[in-house]
Write a protein that binds this ligand. Sequence first.
Ligand code: F6R
Length: 261
Amino acid sequence: MEVVIVPDAKAGGELIAEAMAQLLRRKPDALLGVATGSTPLPVYEALAAKVRSEAVDTSRARIAQLDEYVGLPAEHPESYRSVLRREVLEPLGIGMDGFMGPDGTAEDVRAACEAYDRALSAAGGVDLQLLGIGTDGHIGFNEPCSSLASRTRIKTLTEQTRIDNARFFDDDIEQVPHHVITQGIGTILEARHLVLLATGAGKADAIAATVEGPVAAICPATALQLHPHATVVVDEAAASELELAGYYRYSYAHKPDWQGI
Ligand code: F6R
């Protein structure tokens, strides 16, 4: 995988937004896989700025959701569908007809998971999947010891992830759902380009394990090592535990083509 160390979250956002813009110029109806949480916000802000300045046209772009809480009504402000509508679709000028996501309120959740997995393939697959990472190494909501071949399915959140996410629910962990639908690791690995963004010292251990540790389900993000086109973008703080940080800097500075990702 390629590791890119950027000075701060804003620079990471700019770099990834430019990669998305390049993709949309090449393929205007590209399917962008998006994550929620705090980390990707600078990406969405930078891409929205490009849309406003007409540096990129999103009129045919499509957005695919990575994961969703089970049981939260779609209109709940913290359902990921609502969050993505607010933070991604509206700022990018993409309507709900360009959006696909799993149904977290389905009576038959298992069938909804399978239907979403099939829908992603039927849509031609995800062109670029943006990922965050949990402090425990989760991607999507594939918590530690998720099968590296898993498909979209229901998962139970760890206590730590519920604590981490309580900030979106009035700091009240009781309001954080226990279950989520998440694209599986096998599903995520089918995207053509994986881009993981991590910022802040709290992610440093998870990033070191992801990039330099052995591939192991205990740290689900290590599955990125199996992907032919995976990019890990980290700020200085998240890069602070990387043994080969100097090499990653050198390697990126001597990239033979454009200084993008
Ligand atoms: C959310 C998701 C999660 C987050 C992760 C990090 O859709 O897929 O894997 O990316 O929990 O969250 P933040 O960015 O808030 O630290």
